[in-house]
Design a protein around this ligand. Structure first.
Ligand SMILES: [Zn+2]
Length: 187
């Protein structure tokens, strides 16, 4: 059994941080949403601790009570958004050799999907035209946006240089360098 830190304290801290960032007295209510269906909540449950399916009703109810410039708030939030960048390899103290390459089958979880023509096939019988997209996303999260044909052949477990070139060309924003040493910048 995992026991978590006090989520009520956490949400109070978030509220404080939000108000400090926003810099004005905007109405700000807090909820703790327990999304894990298996989670057990012991003791008396405070009224702001909710299960996910009741959240929309609470938000709707609160919306009627407050008057706020939602467009300005939305603009402010979007402008301040910074994508979280985590160097997973460094943080988890991993080396490239620790990574098991391959395209994952969504049906059985195997990393051994094989590409035939333009479709990925798994030994479990599943097939998927777009299975490589999730694999390229994983690559980007692990190693960053730059990838060469050789690295992609390793990560996708493909031998076909031209097919990999086609995949990279369609899924990158740009590429730099001469043919064999070309670096693609993943989307
Ligand atoms: Zn499978």
């Amino acid at each position: 059994m995992d026991v978590f830190d006090d989520p009520l304290l956490q949400v109070r801290r978030h509220r404080m941080q939000f108000l400090e960032w926003f810099g004005s007295s905007v109405p700000c209510d807090t909820f703790v949403v327990v999304s894990n269906r298996k989670a057990r909540i012991d003791g008396d449950v405070p009224t702001n601790v909710l299960r996910p399916n009741s959240l929309p009703f609470h938000v709707r109810k609160k919306e009627g009570d407050v008057c706020i410039d939602k467009i300005a708030l939305r603009k402010r939030l979007l402008e301040s958004h910074q994508p979280r960048e985590v160097d997973v390899m460094k943080r988890m103290k991993l080396q490239p050799r620790d990574i098991i390459p391959g395209v994952r089958c969504l049906e059985c979880g195997s990393l051994k999907m094989k590409r035939r023509r333009t479709v990925w096939h798994c030994s479990c019988g599943a097939f998927d035209k777009k299975a490589h997209l999730a694999t390229l996303r994983d690559y980007k999260l692990l190693f960053g946006e730059q990838i060469t044909n050789r690295q992609a052949r390793w990560f996708l477990q493909m031998d076909d240089y031209r097919a990999v070139h086609h995949i990279l060309k369609t899924n990158s924003l740009k590429s730099e360098g001469p043919n064999k040493k070309k670096i693609y910048f993943l989307r």
